[in-house]
Design a protein. Sequence first.
Length: 218
Amino acid sequence: MIDVEAFNRGLRELDTLPIENLVKEYLRQGVPAQMILSDGLIGAMGIVGQEFKAKELWVPEILLAARNMHKGIDVLKPVLLREDVPAKSIFVIGTVQGDIHDIGKNIVVIIMEAHGFNVVDLGVNVPTNAFVEAVAKHRPDIVGMSALLTTTMQEMKNVVVAVRNSTGDRAPKLIVGGAPVTQKFADEIGADGYGEDAISGVEVALKLLENSGGGTIS
Ligand code: B1M
């Protein structure tokens, strides 16, 4: 149903209009926003990633694809947010220190907001102490970390330990995700949950809230 090759071409254009128009056209046809995101934009970024790995594309082309992907997500965002769930729990998220990948994190943010979470986005390259400070300031129910590099995913353990040390038995639930992260790794570092993609991330977050009785930490 979705022509991933058309999205693939759109991600490589110098102009952002082709990808924006492509997303709008699928929306006009009534294709669900979630499907346009997963099968179109994320699917095409997967192709770009494979070519990057095979050294058929270089960093400037990846930056172009990342910019175009953000533009496509911008068009989808209001539609994804239309679920209109009342804000309930606080979710702090950031890409860990040393890592500037944010496309996946930004999708997680949109999906969490769409499910009614009050999201505090710390951005990218977030040091451990910034996670700790954000937890003290916002008292979230859940803290999410994203990492796209095998080197930076190790930072997640530091955050898990530091946040737990600073909050004791009032610690928020800690969930992790990102391309190199696995359930096994999440277990090894003592995280409470792992999301393979944005949707499973929100499912894990909701389950953790349910098991802990829900509500914000006061
Ligand atoms: Co980079 N990069 N990159 N890159 N980049 C990867 C990750 C890489 C796999 C490419 C490759 O070699 N095949 C590779 C990592 C290798 C490794 O560690 N094993 C790599 C590398 C090496 C690098 C640099 C070191 C390159 C260099 O400079 N020589 C450098 C590092 C910079 C840094 O961070 N310090 C670098 C830089 C960049 C760009 C800046 C050019 C750009 C990022 C732009 C941006 O994000 N604004 C970029 C990009 C775009 C990629 C690829 C091509 C695409 C990543 C992406 O956005 N995917 C990537 C190749 C790939 O992954 N196939 C690659 C789409 C996105 C929707 O998926 O982020 O996985 P993802 O998010 C998913 C899930 O993982 C999950 O949900 C999301 C939606 O479903 N998820 C969570 C993510 N976080 C979650 C959190 C959760 C739950 C789920 O709960 C909290």
